[in-house]
Design a binder for this molecule. Structure first.
Ligand code: PLP
Length: 414
């Protein structure tokens, strides 16, 4: 039964077709070292462009020391939901530190970033409400919107005119309204016009959630995210959301905002109330990572400089970087999913680990290699990778062409 169900999944189907075409499955590879700017697979070293370790903090000795101490005293499990099983000091310290970082009253941490969005939106919004979200909003935001039962309108990606039109037309029909966007878009690496979105949210009486999964630690002179990038007042956004799995090197997510909001979520949001508390060791790791970020803004500067270099170099080479602005996430858009897959495979053969992204994660025909850049990447890493991309595109295209010529009725066309 599950095999039949799996064959209906887009990812599953793609892997099957790719195997038929002679491509190795790029998914679920087992790495022999931590997720950093370089990695090792089957004894071979790769430049790694598939890690969220944006600020090169993962494996920092201070984190290892902090989690070791926490594990000795508190073990590795929170034991139960914090509501009934109680808290450990690391929970409160982390939430306080996040709230201070955002200059807002309070914060709540959940055990998963994905669950943070699903549970928060699912809980806060209801049938009489409406959610306006960016067309490229992350799956967790869309799932949360669906779960809530609220009416949902997706506006064209990063298009505030489209948002304004739909607000004008639809806002009046609903009780509460929410606008949902990201601080830096995870697939395109571009930044929303947050000042305009804030003006719209005020004009149309909406609440605003900004997901900073890829902007916390990345944007702004000290890594305080899209708020610092634009110089936005902290309370102009109702819910600052981020994952803890990226810059902060742990796992989980948070919502930072007013006391009233955080208390409401802590007593009601199902992903918090009915889920175990974050393991104290993870809270300890994230808190230590946050302290490192605050203390060492030079990591942010390094990341910004190498990301800008990446973007410039890619563009000089004539590669399509879409709307990317040169902050940590830069796609190289290839178009055809199969060419992108074979390209990723060829790059692996040249010691470069970067994942292909295709439908359903992005629109059909916009398959891409998504490069996550780390402060530890060097200009030499970037040159080596992008030179290889340019050289391998024709080879990958040729493999796909030959396959399609030999199998004119095959599904491998997108
Ligand atoms: C924008 C965005 N939000 C939420 C998530 C979910 O976070 P996590 O992977 O920490 O569960 C991700 C994950 O990549 C993301 O990119």
């Amino acid at each position: 039964m599950f095999n039949l169900m799996r064959s209906k999944l887009s990812f599953g189907r793609m892997v099957e077709i790719a195997t038929e075409m002679g491509m190795a499955n790029p998914l679920f590879r087992c790495h022999e070292q931590a997720a950093k700017a370089t990695t090792k697979i089957d004894g071979r070293e790769y430049i790694n462009f598939s890690t969220y370790d944006y600020l090169d903090i993962n494996t920092h000795p201070e984190i290892t020391e902090a989690v070791t101490e926490t594990a000795m005293q508190f073990g590795t499990s929170a034991g139960a939901s914090r509501l009934v099983g109680g808290e450990r000091p690391q929970h409160r310290e982390l939430e306080r530190a996040i709230a201070d970082f955002y200059d807002v009253d309070d914060a709540i941490v959940y055990v998963s970033g994905h669950a943070t969005n699903v549970s928060t939106l699912g809980f806060l919004c209801g049938k009489k409400d409406v959610i306006f979200h960016d067309g490229l909003a992350h799956n967790s935001l869309v799932q949360g919107a669906r779960l809530s039962g609220a009416q949902r309108f997706s506006y064209a990606h990063n298009d505030c005119d489209a948002l304004e039109r739909v607000l004008e037309e639809k806002r009046g029909d609903y009780r509460h309204a929410f606008i949902v966007t990201e601080g830096l878009f995870s697939m395109d690496g571009n930044i929303p016009d947050l000042p305009r979105i804030i003006a719209l949210k005020k004009r149309y009486d909406c609440l605003l959630l900004v997901d900073e999964a890829h902007s916390l630690g990345i944007l702004g002179p000290t890594g305080r995210g899209v708020r610092e990038y634009f110089g936005i007042a902290p309370n102009d956004v109702d819910m600052w959301m981020s994952t803890l799995s990226k810059t902060l090197c742990g796992c989980g997510g948070f919502i930072a905002g007013s006391h009233e909001l955080v208390d409401y979520l802590k007593y009601g949001s199902p992903g918090f109330v009915y889920s175990v508390g974050m393991p104290p060791v993870i809270a300890s790791a994230c808190l230590t990572a946050l302290n490192i970020l605050k203390r060492e803004p030079e990591r942010v500067h390094k990341l910004q400089a190498i990301s800008q270099f990446f973007l410039r170099y890619a563009q000089e080479k004539g590669l399509d970087t879409g709307a990317a602005q040169g902050y940590a996430v830069v796609p190289i858009i290839i178009g055809n999913s199969w060419v992108t897959g074979f390209l990723s495979q060829a790059l692996m053969g040249r010691g470069i680990y970067v994942m292909p992204i295709s439908f359903p994660a992005v629109k059909e025909g916009t398959a891409r290699l998504r490069f996550f850049i780390s402060a530890a990447h060097t200009e030499e890493h970037v040159r080596k990778a992008l030179d290889a991309v340019v050289e391998e595109i024709p080879n990958a295209a040729q493999i796909v062409k030959e396959y399609q010529d030999a199998h004119p009725n095959a599904q491998a066309t997108a």
